[in-house]
Each structure stands twice: as structure tokens, then as C-alpha cells.
Design a protein around this ligand. Structure first.
Ligand code: SAM
Ligand code: SF4
Length: 327
């Protein structure tokens, strides 16, 4: 599928807006409403939409949320997803807290080899402050277990925030000296109504300077197929890779090959633009395969050429928080 001059082959599917964590940059600390169960796309509905998207050229899927592993029945769903014709790559983004050796082995058995974990600190006390949960050790165990079972690459997403983890940036990057992990620092995106203040945002340049002054130069690396928007670098003698995801300081919209399916069953051509097209209700109302494919193609005609996150007056700033879109 083509959107402008971009070839779209990647579908990011959010299977739930619910999460067992309350990361301060992702969700508000005050109570917020979750989507009613009957409005969440059922697994068989997600599978049908994905099959139709694969017929149109989608070859890669990433499962996200909310936290994908809080949804009941996720393992049989993943198995069915991995069996879809035309789908070459299935990966998952998770906070890792609900994984263990048996579950990771089950994922490997299905053919899932790539996992992204979120981990913003190596300090259990700060971990609880950021995520609202005392789960650092479970998450770290999941990451190390995934590594020992051969999951590769393991990508670790860290949102750098002043006053939270800015004193740990070099320690987190330093994990790449010991492990073949891809540590990706993500610039905080002000979305929805999180409690994080704009002044806490740290841009890539500052993160990179901190790492280089503590650990030495970062050498740029060639881009590879599954890098996504990350710009990759390596420290001398490192086993792993340091990456930067720069939605604020240098947007990568011209290279974006993604379409999103939210857990509400809407197609969202851009994370950072509020435009969404409903596909779930037409499906529930009996639309044919061809009609649903026309909806997918039509959604892509709305894929914007760039986002407006850095323009505070823009009406296109995302009003939903990440869990309701799918990060
Ligand atoms: N629960 C899973 C997890 O945490 O990995 C998957 C969903 S989460 C929304 C996906 C990614 O979005 C995480 O890596 C998280 O760090 C990132 N994220 C959430 N809110 C963000 C924000 N406001 N700015 C930048 N990244 C954010
Ligand atoms: Fe949950 Fe992931 Fe958002 Fe944290 S970043 S609250 S783990 S969805």
C-alpha cells in the first residue's frame, strides 16, 4: 500500500487500552475511563482486519497496548496471528511484568523472536515512582530470561525525563557494554493529559552529550530493516546498540511505514494526528472483505506528511493518551 511516496507494510495493533502499570508519562495519575469491553475489537475481528491488510501488502505486525499481556486469551490469539498468510514478522511491545520463562518459550515456539521492553530506570525505587508499581525485579528478570532464551534483538525503550531518570542516562546506555540490547531513548511526547511537564522533556542532543561525556564517542551505524525510526549508534567495544527516537527534535514522518489499529477498532494513520477511521462497526454491520479493504485504503489517504506536536497552537495535537491509541 502506498501513502504519498511512502510504502506502508507495517501494522501496529493495540489489543487493549488497559494496563497493569501507570507510567507517569503515559497515563494521568487521576482516574480515567477505559473503553467498555463490548467496544473493544474481539480477537477474531482483529484477525480478519489483519488478514485483509496483509492481502494489501502488510508484512509486519507489532502488538502493543496498553499492556498486551493483561488481555485474556492473548497467547492463542498470537498463535493465530503468526499463522496468517503473508505475515513475515510479528513482534510485541511490553512492560515485561507478566512474562516468565514458560511464556517467553511459548512466544518463541510461535515464531516470535523480537520483543521490545519498556524500562526507564535501573533503580527499583525510581521504577515504582515512574510506573506506580513495585515490579522492577520482575521486569528485569523477564528481559534477562528473554535474552538467555535467544530473543534477539531485545529492544529496551526508555523515555528520558528531567527529574526522573536524567541522572541514569549513562548507566542505562552502559547496559550495551555488557548485553547485546538495543537501548532506545525516546523523546517524551506530550499527549493526552499525562502529569509530566514540558520542562521535563529531554531532547536527543542532550541525551547523546551525556552518554558521550561519560562513556566515550557514539559511532553511527548503518540503518537496517527492522530499526524503525531509531537512529543507531555504538559505544566502543559495546555488544549492543544505543538508539535515539526523535519525534520532537527531528521528526521522521517522511520515512513512516506504519498504520495503526486501535483497540477500539479504528484505523489511525499517524500516532500524532487525531484522524481515525472506524473499521470495527462496518465489520460488525456485515461489510464484505472488499469493503473493509476499501476502508483500509481510504484511511491511508489521510496519512499526514508531518506532525504538529511542536506547535502548541495546532489542533492536531493528540488528545488521547498513549494507552488508548496504542504506543
Ligand atoms: N505497555 C507496553 C510498554 O510499556 O511497552 C506497550 C504500550 S506503551 C504505550 C509503548 C511505548 O510507548 C513504551 O515504550 C512507552 O515508553 C512509550 N510511551 C508511552 N507514553 C509516551 C510518551 N508520552 N512519550 C514517549 N513515549 C511514550
Ligand atoms: Fe502501561 Fe506501557 Fe503506558 Fe507504562 S507505557 S502505562 S506499561 S501502556
Amino acid at each position: 500500500m502506498i501513502a504519498g511516496n511512502r510504502s506502508i507494510n507495517y501494522l501496529r495493533i493495540s489489543v487493549t487500552d488497559r494496563c497493569n502499570f501507570r507510567c507517569r508519562y503515559c497515563v494521568p495519575s487521576t482516574p480515567f475511563t477505559v473503553i467498555a469491553h463490548e467496544k473493544i475489537a474481539r480477537y477474531e475481528e482483529i484477525l480478519r482486519i489483519t488478514r485483509l491488510a496483509c492481502e494489501l501488502g502488510i508484512t509486519k505486525v507489532r502488538i502493543t497496548g496498553g499492556e498486551p499481556f493483561v488481555r485474556k486469551g492473548i497467547f492463542p490469539f498470537l498463535e493465530n496471528l503468526c499463522a496468517l498468510e503473508g505475515l513475515k514478522d510479528v513482534s510485541i511491545t511490553t512492560n515485561g511484568a507478566l512474562l516468565n520463562r514458560d511464556k517467553i518459550q511459548a512466544l518463541i515456539q510461535m515464531g516470535i523472536r523480537r520483543l521490545n521492553f519498556s524500562l526507564d530506570t535501573l533503580d527499583p525505587v525510581k521504577f515504582e515512582r515512574i510506573t506506580g508499581r513495585d515490579r522492577f525485579h520482575q521486569v528485569w528478570d523477564s528481559i534477562v530470561t528473554a535474552h538467555s532464551l535467544g530473543i534477539f534483538p531485545i529492544k529496551i525503550n526508555a523515555v528520558a525525563l528531567r527529574g526522573f531518570n536524567d541522572d541514569e542516562i549513562e548507566t542505562i546506555a552502559g547496559l550495551t557494554l555488557k548485553y547485546p540490547f538495543h537501548i532506545r531513548f525516546i523523546e517524551y511526547m506530550p499527549m493526552g493529559d499525562s502529569d509530566v511537564e514540558k520542562k521535563q522533556q529531554i531532547l536527543t542532543r542532550e541525551i547523546q552529550e551525556k552518554i558521550e561525556s561519560a562513556l566515550g564517542p557514539l559511532t553511527p551505524m548503518e540503518k537496517e530493516d527492522n530499526d524503525g525510526p531509531a537512529k543507531k549508534f555504538k559505544l566502543a567495544k559495546a555488544k549492543g546498540v544505543v538508539g535515539f527516537i526523535t519525534p520532537i527534535s527531528s521528526h521522521f514522518c517522511s520515512e513512516c511505514n506504519r498504520l495503526r489499529l486501535t483497540s477500539r477498532g479504528t484505523l489511525r494513520p499517524c500516532l500524532l494526528n487525531n484522524y481515525e477511521q472506524d473499521i470495527l462497526n462496518p465489520l460488525r454491520n456485515g461489510a464484505s472483505d472488499r469493503e473493509l479493504q476499501a476502508i483500509i485504503e481510504s484511511a491511508l489517504t489521510h496519512k499526514p506528511l508531518f506532525h504538529h506536536l511542536t506547535d502548541p497552537k495546532s489542533k492536531d495535537i493528540p488528545i488521547s493518551h498513549m494507552t488508548s491509541i496504542g504506543g
